[in-house]
Design a protein around this ligand. Structure first.
Ligand SMILES: Nc1ncnc2c1ncn2[C@@H]1O[C@H](COP(=O)(O)OP(=O)(O)OP(=O)(O)O)[C@@H](O)[C@H]1O
Ligand SMILES: [Mg+2]
Length: 221
C-alpha cells in the first residue's frame, strides 16, 4: 500500500500552491507520486457538490445539513479513488491530496451542535474510511491562515470579483466557524498544523513549503 498525504486548509489558504510545491519536491526525489484535488470538479461525480455550492438547495450553507452535504463530497471522493488512483495507491504510490475527507470535518462539522461534534467526527471517519473504504490519510497538513487574510488572497485570485465566490467562500461568518472546526479537528484527529502567518502577514511560499517538505521527511528543493 502507498501513502495518502493531505494538504488541508480554508479557502484561499494556499493549498494548490503548496500541493504543487510538494509534488515537485517528491518528484525530484524520485518518489512515485500522484496528485489529486477535491472536489473533483472535472468529473460528473461532483454534480451534487456543484449544485450545493451554487445554492441550488438553498442560498446558505446550513440549507443542507452536515450529513447530507458530507455525503455529496464523500461519494465524489469514492469515484475518484475507484477511477483515478486506487490502483496506484495499491501499487505503493504516494497520493498527494489538495483537500480530502478532512474537508468535511472543516466545513460540515460546523453544522452540528457542539455536543454532537465528537460523534459527528466518528460518523465521518466511519463513512469514508470504513464503509466507502477509501484510505485513511497517513499525514494531514493543515495550513492555518486567519480568515481575513485568506479572504484577501482569494479576492486577489478572483480579481476582486466577489460574484465568483461560491456559497462557502462568500460567507465570512461561516468561514470563521469553519476555522474553529478545523482547529478542533486538528487536535482531535492529530493533524499537523502549519501557522502560515507571521506578524500579521502571510509567510513566504518557499518558507512554508520547506516546513511542509520537512514534515514529509524531505528537504525542499
Ligand atoms: N504564502 C503565500 N503568500 C502570498 N500569496 C500566496 C501564498 N500562498 C498562496 N498565495 C496566493 O494566494 C492565492 C490562493 O492560493 P491557492 O489557490 O493556492 O489557495 P487554495 O487553498 O488552493 O484556495 P481554494 O481553497 O480557494 O482552492 C493564490 O493567488 C496564490 O498565488
Ligand atoms: Mg485550491
Amino acid at each position: 500500500m502507498g501513502k495518502v498525504i493531505v494538504i488541508e486548509g480554508l479557502d484561499g489558504s494556499g493549498k494548490a500552491t503548496q500541493t504543487e510545491r510538494l509534488y515537485q519536491t517528491l518528484k525530484s526525489k524520485g518518489v512515485d507520486v500522484l496528485r489529486v484535488s477535491f472536489p473533483d470538479y472535472d468529473s460528473p461525480s461532483s454534480a451534487l457538490v456543484k449544485m450545493y455550492l451554487n445554492g441550488e438547495f438553498g442560498s446558505a450553507p446550513d440549507d443542507v445539513n452536515g450529513y447530507a452535504a458530507a455525503s455529496f463530497y464523500a461519494v465524489d471522493r469514492y469515484a475518484s479513488y475507484k477511477k483515478d488512483w486506487g490502483r496506484a495507491y495499491a501499487d505503493g504510490a504516494v497520493i498527494l491530496c489538495d483537500r480530502y475527507a478532512t474537508s468535511n470535518a472543516v466545513y460540515q462539522m460546523t453544522k452540528v451542535d457542539e455536543a454532537e461534534r465528537e460523534e459527528y467526527l466518528r460518523w465521518l471517519e466511519d463513512l469514508e474510511y470504513n464503509r466507502l473504504g477509501i484510505p485513511r490519510p497517513d499525514l494531514v497538513i493543515y495550513l492555518d491562515v486567519p480568515t481575513e487574510i485568506s479572504q484577501s488572497l482569494m479576492s486577489r485570485r478572483y480579481d476582486g470579483d466577489e460574484s465568483k465566490k461560491d456559497l462557502h467562500e462568500r460567507n465570512l461568518s461561516y468561514l470563521a466557524k469553519c476555522s474553529q472546526s478545523a482547529r478542533y479537528s486538528a487536535q482531535k484527529l492529530g493533524w499537523s498544523v502549519i501557522s502560515c502567518v507571521k506578524d500579521g502577514k502571510m509567510r513566504d511560499i518557499d518558507d512554508i513549503s520547506r516546513e511542509i517538505a520537512a514534515m514529509c521527511g524531505f528537504a525542499a528543493e
